[in-house]
Structure formats: C-alpha cells, structure tokens
Design a binder for this molecule. Structure first.
Ligand code: NAD
Ligand code: UDX
Length: 460
C-alpha cells in the first residue's frame, strides 16, 4: 500500500484550517500544505501572532503553534501543492446556489468543480482525492468523470471523508471524534486514509462505507441534529402558552436513554453555515427524485426555524408596547453560537433585520465579531441601504456601553461572559421598565426579576 508522505488541502477555511492542523500535529512525518486563493486568509494563517489566525477556535493556537513550520504549511501556490501531493483534500465552500436551477436550495458546486479541473490539469502522478466538503450524494461520480477524462494516464482514487466537527469545539471534536467516516471503492486508497487518522483515532471509531452512504450520511447527520433543535423550539412556543417550562420538559424527556439529553436546548433558532444549507440540499435532492413527501418533511425543520427567529423579534416588539421605533435595543452576541467568530446564518442577523424594519436603534456587542462583519451581514440581506444600516446600528466593543441607556437587552448568543455581568449595575443604566429578552435562556430568571427587570425567556 502506498505510503502518504505529502498531503495538500484546497481550502483554508473553518474546516480545512483546523482539520489539517490536527492531521499535521498527529502525523509529524507527513508534510501537510493548506492552500487557498484568498491571500489575506493565508497571510493570517501564517501570522506570527497566533491571536491573529483567521478562525477563532479554543485550543487552535496551540495546535498551529506546534505544527506550523515543522510539517504544516499555508500557501497560495495551489498548483505546486497539487503537483507534490500524494493525497489531496478538497475543503472548499459549497454554499446554497443563489442563481439558476435549484436557486435557494441546491448546493453550488462550482468551487468543487474548479478544484477538480485544476487537479486534472496539474497532476502528473497518481493521487488520492478526498472530498472533505459537504456534498450532495453522487458528487463523487462527477469528480471522477472530470478527473478520469484528462487522458494523461494519471490514476485518481476518490474518497468521501465528511467532517463532523462543530464550530467552537473544533479542536476537541477533531482530537476525540465520535467517528471518522470514510467512503470509497478502492481498498488501498481507503486504507491509506484510515492510516492517517489511526495516528490518533481508535480504529473502531473509523467507519468505512461505500461512497454514496458516506456522502449522504453527512447531510443526514446535520438534518437529524437540526431537527432536534426545531423540535424543541416548536415545544418552546407551546410551553409559553401553557405554563410549562421548556428546560424542564427537555430534561424530563432527555433522561430517557432512547431520546438522550443533547441538542435539546431551546433557542432563538439555529444558525451556522451548515444546518440550513445541508437540509435545503437534502430537500432539493429528494425533490429531484420526485420524493415530495420526504422533501416536505425535512423542509419543515427550516420553516420552524424561520418561525422561531420571527417570533422572537415579534415578541420584543409586542412586549415593548407594539413599537420599537427609535428605541435603543442592546444586542448581546452576534455569532451563531458561543466560542466562534463565525456569523453565517446567525439568528441575530434576522432578528436585527426585523427590528430595523421597525426603525429600532440596535447597539451590538459581541466578544469576537468585528463591526465590519456585522455591517457586511446586514448589507448582504439587501433589505435597506448600507447608509441606513449604519444609521440604525451601532457596534461597540464593551457590553456595558451597549447596555447603557438601553430600553431593552436581547441575548442572541450564549457567550459565558454575559452570565457574569453585574446586572444590578446594568439595570441602573437602563431605561425603565428595563426589558431583557433572553433568546438563549442564559440568565437566572429569579435573579433578574429580583433586580426588577422585565424578563422574557424563550420557552417559559
Ligand atoms: P469556508 O468558506 O470557511 O472556507 C472555504 C475556503 O475555500 C475559502 O477560504 C475559499 O477561499 C477557498 N476556496 C474556494 N475555492 C477555491 C479554489 N478553487 N482554490 C483554492 N481555494 C478555494 O468554508 P468551511 O466552513 O471551511 O466549509 C468548507 C466545507 O466543509 C463546506 O462544504 C461545508 O459545508 C463543510 N463543513 C463545514 C463545517 C463548519 O463547521 N464550517 C463543518 C463540517 C463541514
Ligand atoms: C453543525 C454540526 O453539529 C456539526 O457536526 C457539523 O459538522 C457542522 O454543523 P455547527 O453548526 O458548527 O455544527 O454548530 P452546532 O453546535 O451544531 O450548532 C448549530 C446551531 O444550533 C447553533 O446556532 C446553535 O446555537 C444551535 N443549537 C444547537 C441550539 O439552538 N440548540 C441546541 O440544543 C444545539
């Protein structure tokens, strides 16, 4: 079996960067090069100051610090890295299509295809090509077609190796995965990739399947996880009208070992770059095969999630006497979950957009997200002019400043630091009545009520 000496990964994003850093850390004898077209991103991965890495993940600085320059390299020379590699991971983005057939649902595979064509053009010796990106089932077939028609005698083996890390816990997830999934047809190629992971993952946790099961399992895993969040969020609305408490219901059902306690935290709605995109993709695939009931079933997970975001914004407006015009609403958190600087599909964006339609004055504080990113997220929606977004939204780098003089505080991300604030002091600086809308059920209701806040939390 071929020994893997050089690995290249195309795409230095939230998946490519951390995944390859850990592979390099655990395989000091393998040279790992991560390449990207984005020069600024590569420069940030190469920054001497590990605080400036382009992806914020707890523990990532130590991993990069250990391997970078030893056997881990970040570069923009894609051709060179392809030509030298024995194994090439493709970890580029696969966003939802914004044009043409499948617009708003199907995965946009243009970046994947560009990679395949570049590999086909550059490769002079045999390569194992690994799909790390999340892809529609049967994408490997298209890759194979592109790669096998170069006519230059080079052999390619295609493997599917979807990534299950969650942001904010990427390093622990990578160090200690529940499972690693490898789909493929060629036993030697599969074994070569198994060996890379076996450097630190127990063999019994490395699952091998056929290509199509592996590709589909990734979409299904995300759909099941998102479904749990939408299920508990649906129940949160019922709790609010019946006097039940959603956390108590979650605990009561989660104790049943058949149900399990994880992913039952009611929230303002799931965000992130994966859940919505991957379910839409699943829905699209089902419709392509005329499986309309299957498609409708999964689409409901997204519909419920959109409803939860709208409902939270509406609750704020309704509670504040049906108008938020000119009112100062402090947003605590903008990232789609804690411990990440990623804002893709974050519920905060949509809740803000709803309130801005009503001419609220939103002041945002997030410990890891920049003002530039927040304005970019709002401008991207195209709901109002960039000038209006800047007129209505202010971004500050201190939570007390965001809360000073506010009519209401809205908690959008479950950052731990929000729990430790001096809420008595916050109350003094806020307008009266002082509203808190807790979209993460993060704060202590009894304490907030004692301090005199008008406190609303999802699912209570
Ligand atoms: P990302 O946008 O952070 O990174 C992708 C990178 O690929 C970008 O830096 C982009 O410049 C680069 N790129 C695109 N085309 C290129 C090309 N032709 N040559 C060189 N570089 C190119 O995306 P991500 O979050 O890392 O996600 C990558 C894939 O992994 C997606 O398919 C996603 O669904 C999947 N995934 C993501 C997560 C997550 O938590 N973010 C988890 C599991 C799986
Ligand atoms: C997800 C999958 O968990 C991961 O396996 C996959 O590789 C990529 O997609 P990620 O999106 O990074 O990971 O984070 P995750 O922890 O799954 O959270 C997704 C969203 O659901 C967040 O907005 C989070 O706040 C929300 N969520 C999660 C809840 O609202 N309640 C929960 O109980 C769990």
């Amino acid at each position: 079996m071929k020994e893997i000496k050089k690995i290249t990964c195309i795409g230095a994003g939230y998946v490519g960067g951390p995944t390859m850093s850990v592979i390099a850390q655990k395989n000091p004898d393998v040279e790992v090069t991560v390449v990207d077209l984005n020069h600024a991103r590569i420069a940030a991965w190469n920054d001497e100051d590990l605080d400036n890495l382009p992806v914020y993940e707890p523990g990532l600085d130590a991993v990069v610090g250990e391997a970078r320059g030893r056997n881990l390299f970040f570069s923009t020379d894609v051709d060179k890295a392809i030509s030298e590699a024995d194994m090439i991971f493709i970890s580029v983005n696969t966003p939802t299509k914004t044009y043409g057939k499948g617009k708003g649902q199907a995965a946009d595979l243009k970046f994947i295809e560009l990679c395949a064509r570049q590999i086909a053009a550059v490769a002079k010796n045999d390569k194992i090509v690994v799909e790390k990106s999340t892809l529609p089932v049967r994408t490997a077939e298209a890759l194979k077609n592109i790669l096998e028609n170069t006519g230059n005698g080079v052999n390619f083996h295609i493997l599917s190796n979807p990534e299950f890390l969650a942001e904010g816990t990427a390093v622990t997830d990578l160090h200690n995965p529940d499972r690693v999934l490898i789909g493929g047809e060629d036993a030697e190629a599969i074994e070569a990739l198994v060996n890379v992971y076996a450097a630190w993952v127990p063999r019994e946790r490395i699952l091998t399947t056929n290509l199509w099961s592996s590709e589909l399992s990734k979409l299904v895993a995300n759909a099941f996880l998102a479904q749990r969040v939408s299920s508990i969020n649906a129940i949160s609305e019922l709790c609010e009208v019946t006097g039940a408490n959603v956390d108590e219901v979650a605990r009561a059902i989660g104790q049943d070992s058949r149900i399990g306690g994880k992913f039952l935290k009611a929230s303002v709605g799931f965000g992130g770059s994966c859940f919505q995109k991957d379910i839409l993709n699943l829905v699209y695939i089902a419709r392509t095969y005329n499986l309309h009931e299957v498609a409708d079933y999964w689409e409901q997970v997204i519909i419920m999630n959109d409803h939860q975001k709208t409902r939270f914004a509406e609750k704020i407006i309704q509670t504040m006497y049906n108008t938020v015009n000119g009112k100062h609403i402090a947003f605590l958190g903008w990232a789609f979950k804690k411990d990440t600087n990623d804002t893709r599909e974050s519920a905060a964006i949509y809740v803000a957009d709803h309130l801005l339609d009503e001419e609220a004055q939103v002041v945002v504080y997030d410990p890891k997200v920049s003002a530039e990113q927040i304005y970019k997220d709002l401008d991207y929606l195209g709901t109002r002019s960039p000038e209006d977004n800047r007129r209505l939204v202010k971004v500050v780098d201190n939570a007390y400043e965001a809360l000073d003089g506010a009519h209401a505080a809205a908690i959008l991300t479950e950052w731990d630091e929000f729990k430790g604030y001096d809420w008595a002091k916050v109350k003094e600086g806020m307008k009266k009545p002082s509203f808190v809308f807790d979209g993460r059920k993060l704060l202590d209701r009894n304490e907030l009520n004692r301090l005199g806040f008008a406190y609303y939390a999802i699912g209570e």
